[in-house]
Ligand binder design. Structure first.
Ligand SMILES: O=C(O)c1cc(=O)[nH]c(=O)n1[C@@H]1O[C@H](COP(=O)(O)O)[C@@H](O)[C@H]1O
Length: 271
């Protein structure tokens, strides 16, 4: 899926919402535990109830890897379900990978070829030759961690190196890499005040913005400083949507929470 298709989905659905599928068996409704594959049953119900309100889904692979083979199988069933039933939805494997070149190529094959995700999150710490193997895949996107939502972002990312904050160096240097048109970036919603500076460096790149809802980030602030002419934002909420209820009505309540965000987005897009 290319960015023009993503932009037209945003315009069609009047939404730039990404729903995080971070499935924790201790948090899902108890009645689902009787299912043969409770993780997939949960995801399918959430997707069926919310697909018209969002333009992206982001399973965080940690929540699947934690359950071993069963978890990985559920991840595969989830991406296959999305690709078969909702090919216009942008899929993100939130795996935060990155390693020496030949290893990165194998990570890229795992998420782009075997699992057929549209994108994967990647850490920039190992530099150019660790990221370019992901960028080599046509019509796939590499979402580079720039300024993350957590407190630890201040340990390294905002530190000044050679007169410039490290996250700004990540943005500037990554633009020079081969196939950099395939880059998107992660900026936490809790760091909205940095977005104006970030837009000076990458005016049109898509940003994946996690941290609204459970982590306290503010949608209005993010849009005020971060919205580009092409919208350029995918706002993620995971726990705030998928665990809004743990009763029989969980999917319906998740859809209500997603609709609240979508309607806020629709209003912002109309301004
Ligand atoms: O790459 C991410 O998606 C990510 C980056 C970041 O800076 N902060 C962050 O919270 N995330 C992920 O976004 C999701 C946030 O989940 P909630 O806080 O439940 O909405 C989790 O899957 C996190 O791993």
């Amino acid at each position: 899926m290319n960015t023009n298709q993503l932009i037209s989905e945003i315009q069609k659905k009047k939404s730039f919402l990404c729903i995080g599928l971070d499935v924790d068996l201790d948090k899902i409704p108890k009645h689902l535990l009787k299912e043969e594959d409770p993780i997939f049953a949960f995801n399918k119900a959430i997707i069926d109830a919310t697909y018209h309100l969002c333009v992206s889904y982001k399973p965080n692979t940690a929540f699947y890897e934690a359950y071993g083979l069963k978890g990985w199988k559920a991840l595969e069933k989830t991406i296959n379900y999305l690709n078969e039933n909702h090919p216009d939805i942008f899929t993100i494997a939130d795996a935060k990978r990155g390693d020496i070149g030949n290893t990165s190529t194998m990570y890229a094959k795992a998420f782009f070829e075997d699992l057929a995700f549209d994108s994967v999150t990647v850490a920039p710490y190992m530099g150019k030759d660790s990221v370019e193997p992901f960028l080599a895949f046509e019509d796939k996107h590499t979402i580079l961690l720039a300024l993350t939502s957590n407190q630890g972002a201040f340990d390294f990312q905002t530190k000044t190196v050679d007169g410039k904050e490290l996250y700004k160096q990540v943005l500037e240097t990554s633009k020079t890499w081969k196939n950099s048109r395939n880059l998107m970036y992660v900026v936490g919603a809790t760091k909205a005040e940095y977005l104006a500076d970030i837009r000076n460096i990458i005016p049109d790149s898509f940003l994946l913005v996690p941290g609204v809802g459970a982590q306290g980030g503010n949608l209005q602030e993010v849009c005020k400083y971060g919205m580009a002419d092409n919208v350029g934002l995918l706002i993620n909420s995971s726990r705030g949507i998928i665990y809004a209820s743990n009763g029989e009505d969980f999917a319906q309540v998740a859809a209500e929470k997603a609709k609240e965000l979508q309607q806020e987005m629709q209003l912002i897009l109309s301004q």
